[in-house]
Design a protein around this ligand. Sequence first.
Ligand SMILES: [Zn+2]
Length: 376
Amino acid sequence: MTISVKIIESGEGETRAQVFFGNQPPFELYVRASTTLSKLGDCWASIVLPVAMKLHQDIYVDGALSAEFVLSLDAIQDELLKGHPDFAKVAICAKSITRDSWKSKRTNRSKALFYSGGLDSTYSALTQGPELELIAVHGFDIYVHDRRHWSLTLDLLRKFSAHQKMKLVVVETNVRSFSDIYTSWGQDYFGSALAAIGMSLAEKYHEVLVSSGVPEKYTKWGAFQSLFKAYSNPSIKFTDDGIEPRTFKAHVVSDLGYAEYVRVCWKNLESRLNCGSCPKCIRTRFEFESGGNGAFPPGLDTPFSNLGLVKQPLSKIDAVILREDSRWLDMNHTPAPRGFRVSMFAARTLGVLKELPRKYAPKFLKTIYKLSAKKN
Ligand SMILES: [Zn+2]
């Protein structure tokens, strides 16, 4: 079967597409921004690609792809395959292939950074220079229907960009209403989603920075350094920035006086930028406590507790990041306390035990688990 993507005519700051799977009703997807968006299908092919590779289905784009993007598709798929052996290489055809239309305007384009208010992107914004513009996406870590939490977050992002005199471009998209059904956002998808949004903004930017969280030598999950390199082409470059451990980033951000601008939480609880109790809040609190200068992000100012860490089963990514943090502290002669190391080991053991049923359960049980997860 082939996944068909029909690009719909839309205004300057919007690109829309219908995604068809056989005879099912199409997914109606959009990307909207406070600036001009590309009308090429490169963005939409990138949005569909990890799903098509996971389902082993080819893609047909009823619209135009740029020749530059088409030439990079082989390398992109090779990179996605490295991290995802269950994916398969697929064919991508389009109604037409064109040379990119913004080449002549290249000198007018600038450089931007994906900015969520997280520790990684705040560090990159502070260290990569004031000439950067910031791109904030509503619909990625905060769902598009969660308007109240987005409004709270956007206030913080605007406060930071105004303080730094950096232009903030706001993008909104509902692509997760499609991708979450077939892929895991963290494990499979978000690198391609970031590249897709970058491509939709290629008339404005020649280079887009993506803040690193985890070195790819540990894991090639949804986003990693060589995937962004593969998504780069002569029309737009993606640069992975800030491979340094997060404890060091907390040290720099708090030293520069910007801890109060950091929001990291995945829970998106009402009226709270950081919940203070999820695994990401707990490890960020540890990073500021051990690397910072006494200032904390909102909601993370209560003391770090080893018991709090043990109560949260750690994912592989969380454990890798905390190990990198510990190494940085060792190198700086302020090793993490023994109690912390024991708690980290216990929390990761719980994480592995939690992952076992999902990894080794028969397929029908995994399907039931996914259905009940959706209901929740
Ligand atoms: Zn949290």
